[in-house]
Design a binder for this molecule. Sequence first.
Ligand SMILES: Nc1ncnc2c1ncn2[C@@H]1O[C@H](COP(=O)(O)OP(=O)(O)O)[C@@H](O)[C@H]1O
Ligand SMILES: [Mg+2]
Length: 356
Amino acid sequence: MARITLQNLVKNFGDVAVVKHIDLTVEDGEFFSLLGPSGCGKTTILRMIAGFVFPTSGTIRFDDKDVSFVPPNRRNTGMVFQNYALFPHMTVFENVAFGLRTRRVAPDAVRDRVATVLERVGLGGLEKRPVPQLSGGQQQRVALARAIVIEPALLLLDEPLSNLDAKLREETRDQIRALQQQLRITTLYVTHDQEEALAVSDRIAVLYDGKCQQTDTPDRIYHHPANRFVATFMGRMNLWEGKVTMEHGRAVFRHPRGLSVVLAVPAPEGPVCLGIRPQRLKLISTALDDAVSGHILERRFKGPVVEFRVQAGGVEIQASVASSDPVSGSAPGDAVWLVIPGDETILLSDRPPDSL
Ligand SMILES: Nc1ncnc2c1ncn2[C@@H]1O[C@H](COP(=O)(O)OP(=O)(O)O)[C@@H](O)[C@H]1O
Ligand SMILES: [Mg+2]
């Protein structure tokens, strides 16, 4: 087990900066995810931690040891890739035993350790099966078994579920998390899928353009995003640009086209961006004091919830309603009212990155 510290980590390929001054610590035994869109530098960071590429500057520490330029075979990490990267001409047993044999573990011990770890990942009894005869989910579990059988100090997973279909992805995800909880192995998990990161992680670092945007627990990242990128990347969010004014001792958000929201907390006067998630608004079918009147533009049925686009207060608003709520039957053109609870809104002060 190990604690991983990245300090001012930078990677340039030629004159292109790909990883830009990353500072983060993964605690001993923690399940930590790097989450961000494709191309933001996640794999490059993971490869530097594994030792396949060396940093341009900055340091990587495993506990107190600087491993920045230590070769991969001397870092004691186990790695799982999106494409499994198994040896196709070998059986399950041989694939999992490989790392132990290169470490000159005695044959009896190899047999015991492979059997134990295959039981753990739910593949007991499949030792003799050639790898090409396994399903994608089974192959990924062989890859996981191969990574953990060497008892690494650190488990690195790079989009391990991307090649699996939706149901299997969820099952395998939960298995990985359960296994990590049993073994308490420090785990760094790379994904572009925010739901996946929220479901498995103790903490998440959200990356964009080679930079860390926020490092926090899944709850805080979702409910208290640090900026507009994180807010929108973590799920649907209404964002309105306007300004805060003080009116009768209360902070009020005013949108230039008319929408206003009384805020629950004091806020400095001036330009802001106000955010609220679509499920935090209340959509109602009768007029109510403090409700904004509008009409439905679009209805999308999603099973447990119904998503609406609503025109109200001069702006377009996304609202999400449980499909058990009678208002969920509203159709385009119907008059509706929206209650925007001030205590459910988030104030964001920055503007979106240029390329969004
Ligand atoms: N060996 C390399 N040489 C040049 N550019 C690279 C190399 N590896 C990655 N890149 C570039 O670095 C950026 C980040 O890549 P990567 O770390 O793979 O992102 P992610 O895993 O988040 O999708 C991309 O623009 C990619 O094209
Ligand atoms: Mg990648």
